[in-house]
Write a protein that binds this ligand. Structure first.
Ligand code: IVH
Length: 695
């Protein structure tokens, strides 16, 4: 808090000082203390609101601290008076073990994009075609680059803060959300409904993001404020979130009980009344020219904002129009995101170098003259492959345009040909691996070049880094640096060597103490329990990503079945293409790889799918969907049903218990009508999912 600096604040302060801090007389002691605690909390929250939301300090730092210290003292001495929504909890309660899932009673939709005026007009035309007689007005909002949150309030009190997830099921991060100063724990004002879900964006101001990156060691830099906000919210320990200066803008009501709202503008007014920060740059306009003017204005002015935006959101104001327009797939027809092109800056391409990846691929990258793009210094960028360099005609010494479009690795977009001097050099990939000098090979019809040497030190290092990484075996206490030490010491020549490491070996490494050696050994031991698909993903088979590893693991069930499969059988698995199929097949023909699998088996790793017992309220029921759904995609609906224990049937059969019918149903409906299966509409499905979300 900063010092009170304006006259108004001083006046309000006098009014505040009129409330006594001393407990009132006449009540019994316990009641007095409770009333006193309530008063302290009220005054602290009021000061928070005035300071963080209204930018209008009403207490000095010292006064604020005094109230806080007193409240903390009382809560410490009287633990029965502690509540999760006390302002003392804004510093964060203890770490959470599990992050519970949160089923969104009303799906959290995403937005269709318009990237030009033309696309914006198309969107408008589609809406007008559906409602030819309607006169629309529009609310224009900035599209804040953060993460969407759904905040549920019951009787005015914050009960859950959940992330969007896949739109149907998110994660419940309530203890962390409570630490965000601009999120009120209690709704303000007179019109407080029994239950409401407020939606908005959690974001990190650019200054805080830059500060955070400065404070962190190099390896943990966040690429942009959005990643920093997501990474800071999703902390197992809310006390860390509390230190991260996250903020919030409210922009939507998911649902509300006992209250009628007619327009989106009214929604925003209500959010302000309840104490939420609403972005001050929202605007209600009545024609498309003004919408376009808003988009153009903020495209230029966005760089002066203290937070990042990646576009503008345009929402049709009238809620009855919104209802009539409905949604397509997961996007509402009544709103659109006008996206701005990513930020591009020019810098010099000083050199092109190559890395060798975990599967032996040669990956060129650009050495750039360091340049700051919105808070992040960029000095290197990925160049994908040689073909990409040729296509873009990038030459060493060129001025190039570099962009950071929110992705972690910046991209080189194109050379600035007008600035060429003639001194620039055309680039060719080396003929030999820069790490082991083995001649590189090129596979016909593929853009990539490879180092074929399985003992290439760089390839081994990268494969080890991948094996221990979070998505694969998740050996937590071993990061890139430690992987490098282990490989350099000669302890890890092949992945199975992890399972024979000894404490003595680890203690011999520079900077390793007993505690960290023990942590590493425990983490290695724990990795034996990782499911089969993660092992598959960890093996560094070319083209195998997380998704394909999951598909293969569930299709074949264990490594031996996969070993026996022909390339054709592997390719037949839905979602596994010929490139992946061929790659897995040939990897499994190699005797060194087969020997590695046997060593991993002997070490006790999981090489078969665990048969998980299915639980949930819908166990024993099977569902089949036909036709288009309005509120969600079919895939999302199926996923939600599976998570609740239901089964998805492949066709109408005797064992089918429910058929759900969307728009334009297929032949399944007629079949189901004949066979007497229970038939339901989408509303029934939504109610079913909601019912179990609340359970
Ligand atoms: S409205 C159906 N308004 O953009 C309405 N979203 O691309 C959906 N976002 O998930 C959301 N600022 O995370 C809305 N003023 C704003 C927004 C906004 C940022 C994000 C939000 C959403 C994503 C959709």
């Amino acid at each position: 808090m900063s010092d009170v600096h304006d006259g108004r604040a001083e006046n309000e302060q006098i009014e505040y000082a009129a409330h006594s801090l001393e407990p009132a007389e006449g009540k019994d002691e316990e009641e007095q203390l409770e009333a006193h605690v309530a008063e302290l909390r009220h005054r602290i929250e009021e000061a928070n609101y005035q300071y963080f939301v209204n930018d209008n300090p009403v207490l000095t730092d010292a006064e604020y601290d005094q109230l806080m210290i007193e409240l903390q003292r009382i809560e410490r001495e009287n633990p029965e008076l502690q509540t999760p929504d006390s302002p003392t909890q804004r510093v964060g309660a203890g770490p959470v073990q599990d992050v519970p899932q949160h089923l969104h009673p009303v799906p959290m939709l995403s937005l269709a994009n318009a990237r030009s005026e033309r696309e914006l007009l198309d969107w408008h035309r589609r809406a007008q075609n559906i409602l030819p007689n309607a006169t629309f007005s529009y609310v224009c909002e900035l599209k804040i680059d953060g993460l969407a949150m759904a905040l549920t309030y019951e009787q005015g009190r914050l009960v859950t803060g959940a992330s969007r997830g896949d739109g149907l099921i998110g994660e419940d991060w309530t203890p962390n959300v409570r630490t965000i100063r601009t999120i009120t724990h209690k709704l303000r004002g007179k019109r407080v409904p029994p239950k409401v879900e407020v939606r908005g964006e959690i974001y990190m101001p650019i200054k805080s993001f830059e500060q955070l990156n400065e404070d962190m060691s190099d390896t943990r830099l966040f690429a942009n404020p959005r990643n920093a906000a997501a990474g800071s919210l999703r902390q197992k320990d809310p006390r860390i979130t509390a230190t991260r200066n996250l903020s919030f803008f409210g922009y939507q009501i998911g649902y509300v009980e006992g209250m009628r709202i007619n327009s989106h503008w009214e929604t925003l007014e209500l959010l302000k009344e309840w104490g939420f920060p609403v972005n001050p740059n929202v605007q209600l306009v009545h024609n498309l020219e003004d919408v376009m003017a808003y988009c153009n204005k903020w495209e230029k002015e966005r760089f002066n904002l203290p937070y990042e935006i990646d576009g503008v959101v345009i929402k049709i104001n009238d809620l009855s129009h919104q209802e009539e327009l409905g949604t397509v797939a997961r996007d509402p027809r009544w709103a659109i995101a006008f996206k701005y092109p990513p930020i591009q800056v020019a810098t010099k391409l000083l050199d092109i170098r190559v890395n060798v990846g975990r599967t032996g691929s040669l990956n060129p990258w650009a050495v750039l003259e360091p340049i700051n793009i919105r808070g992040v210094t960029v000095s290197r960028a990925s160049l994908h492959n040689e073909g990409d360099i040729q296509r873009k005609d990038l030459r060493i010494g060129d001025w190039v345009l570099v962009q950071r479009a929110g992705e972690v690795i910046p991209q080189v977009v194109k050379p600035v040909v007008e600035r060429r001097t003639g001194q620039e050099e055309v680039y060719h990939l080396p003929e030999r691996c820069p790490f082991c000098d083995t001649p590189i090979i090129r596979i016909p019809d593929q853009a990539m070049a490879y180092c074929p040497n399985k003992e290439c030190p760089e390839r081994i290092l990268q494969s080890v880094i991948h094996f221990v990484s979070k998505g694969a075996m998740d050996i937590e206490s071993i990061g890139e640096k430690m992987s490098e030490q282990l490989v350099n010491a000669g302890y890890i020549k092949t992945l199975s060597d992890f399972y024979h490491l000894t404490e003595e070996q680890l203690l011999a490494l520079e900077g390793v103490k007993k505690k960290s050696a023990d942590n590493m050994l425990t983490a290695i031991e724990a990795s034996k329990k990782r499911p089969f698909w993660r092992v598959l993903f960890g093996l560094n088979i070319r083209y195998i990503g997380e998704k394909s590893a999951q598909l293969l693991a569930s299709a074949f069930g264990n490594i031996d079945a996969l070993k026996q499969a022909s390339a054709e059988e592997i390719i037949k698995v839905p979602g596994v293409g010929p490139e992946i199929g061929q790659s897995v097949y040939s990897w499994l023909q190699d005797t060194d790889n087969l020997a590695l699998i046997e060593r991993l088996r002997a070490a006790g790793l999981t090489l078969e799918e665990e048969r998980v017992e299915i639980t949930g309220p819908l166990v024993g029921q099977s569902f089949l969907l036909t036709g288009r759904l309005q509120a969600m995609t079919r895939g999302a609906a199926e996923e939600a049903l599976i998570r609740l224990g239901g089964k998805i049937a492949t066709g109408v059969s005797k064992s089918l218990t429910h058929l759900i019918v969307g728009e334009d149903p297929g032949s399944k409906l007629a079949k189901a009508q004949k066979s007497g299966v229970a038939i339901h509409d989408e509303e029934w499905l939504v109610n079913l999912l909601n019912e179990h979300a609340e359970a």
